[in-house]
Design a protein around this ligand. Structure first.
Ligand code: PGA
Length: 255
């Protein structure tokens, strides 16, 4: 794992946006794995800014999002389809037919999960996978206890995730209890992974992910097995790392 520690959330997020823009510049046809969540809102703002400045184009790229809630239609305001249109797709040149998310409101969610897994494989798997980090160690909606070689499937959300995501819904009971998520095995097939985590809420889990044992109890810890994984943190999220000064010696100021 390459650990890049930046002084603040803005610098860390700009760094992660820069890694995506650099990948697109190297390979305009990159298959991007995209994430949702509060952390990514600022990252997408920064990517849109770069796009408007002529620094990156999505015209030949393809994207697959990590997950979608079971039961929500693509137009539901709390769906990740809606999130992606609002925070990225409506503002960049990614052609509509090249952006993919699982469909949450189909008749057979597991059949949809299988179709999605096959579509990712048919696209040649993910080139660059962007990840956030759940406070409980989840990546995508792979909650603690997930098989470390799982494929795209239906997962029941952990209570901690339902609580964390209830801020987007009118009432906590409106948060769907299940989601279709790329599996951990799907994520591990990506050529390159960029995980962004900022703020004090992520400090304890970032330390477990990077320095703890590899365990399904903290699904993100499996990234220790990935050959090309960059973890971008701000100082707050890095505050509980035992080897922080070592990572900073290798990459001063996240360089
Ligand atoms: P957050 O979500 O960016 O809203 O903290 C991260 C996650 O749960 O993956």
């Amino acid at each position: 794992m390459k650990i890049l520690i930046h002084p603040d959330a803005g610098a860390a997020t700009e760094c992660a946006a820069g890694l995506i823009a650099a990948r697109l510049a190297r390979d305009r046809r990159t298959v991007l794995g995209l994430a949702t969540g509060g952390t990514m809102e600022d990252l997408y703002r920064r990517l849109i800014r770069r796009h408007h400045a002529g620094e990156c184009s999505f015209a030949e790229a393809t994207s697959f999002n990590l997950d979608e809630y079971v039961g929500l239609s693509p137009t539901h305001p709390c769906s990740y389809w809606h999130y992606m249109r609002h925070h990225l797709f409506d503002h960049v040149d990614l052609p509509a037919g090249q952006a993919h998310l699982p469909r949450g409101n189909g008749p057979d969610p597991q059949a949809e999960a299988d179709r999605y897994e096959n579509a990712i494989a048919a696209a040649g798997d993910i080139g660059l996978q962007l990840l956030g980090l759940g406070p409980n160690g989840h990546i995508g909606f792979n909650e603690p206890g997930s098989s470390l070689s799982s494929l795209t499937r239906v997962k029941t959300l952990a209570r901690a995730t339902i609580e964390a995501n209830s801020r987007y819904f009118d009432r906590p009971e409106d948060v769907p209890r299940r989601a279709i998520t790329m599996g951990i095995g799907t994520i591990l097939r990506a050529q390159e992974v960029v995980l962004l985590a900022v703020g004090p809420r992520k400090a304890e889990v970032a330390a477990r992910m990077i320095e703890g044992p590899v365990t399904a109890f903290c699904p993100a810890s499996v990234l220790q097995f990935h050959r090309n994984c960059t973890v971008v943190l701000d100082a707050e999220a890095a505050s509980e790392l035992a080897l922080r000064s070592y990572y900073e010696d290798i990459h001063p100021s996240g360089s």
